[in-house]
Design a binder for this molecule. Structure first.
Ligand code: HEC
Length: 113
């Protein structure tokens, strides 16, 4: 009776577990949706968007990030862009894990900027 194949199988299973864990962690990134203390559109915007678009939504010209202030987009269009993206080669991340309610709150805030 040989023990080796069993060890190999156990090792392989651990590698798969480790890879799954890494994928799960990588999946979070921009999309961390565990922030029960953030309630208003402004708080949510500052948390999710201001790193690129700046706290007042003025954008970052040097990094190619357009201003949100004075956007022509409707609340629906902004929420849709945030949740689903605008196209293949956009430099803006897609917040696929964000609820429509949250995206709509942020969009309403963006329109008031
Ligand atoms: C990693 C940087 C980054 C983050 C984070 C980010 N954006 Fe963007 N955003 C961009 C870039 C780059 C563009 C320009 C390319 C494009 O339109 O896809 C853009 C474009 C936009 C536009 C279109 C501007 C217009 O008026 O046409 C809106 C609206 C917008 N972002 C809103 C948001 C909101 C709301 C959030 C937060 C939920 C957010 N962005 C988070 C980088 C970012």
């Amino acid at each position: 009776m040989s023990v080796k194949p069993d060890i190999r199988r156990v090792l392989r299973r651990n590698v798969i577990l480790l890879l799954s864990a890494m994928l799960l962690l990588a999946g979070c990134g921009q999309d961390m949706h565990d922030h029960p203390d953030l309630v208003t559109g402004e708080q949510l915007f500052n948390y999710h968007c201001a790193s690129c678009h700046k706290p007042g939504g003025q954008g970052n010209f040097l990094k190619g990030v357009p201003a949100n202030k004075g956007t022509d987009l409707s609340i629906f269009q902004i929420a849709h862009k945030v949740q689903s993206g605008a196209g293949e080669n956009s430099a803006m991340p897609v917040f696929a894990g964000m609820s429509y309610d949250e995206a709509r709150k942020i969009a309403a805030y963006v329109q008031r900027l």
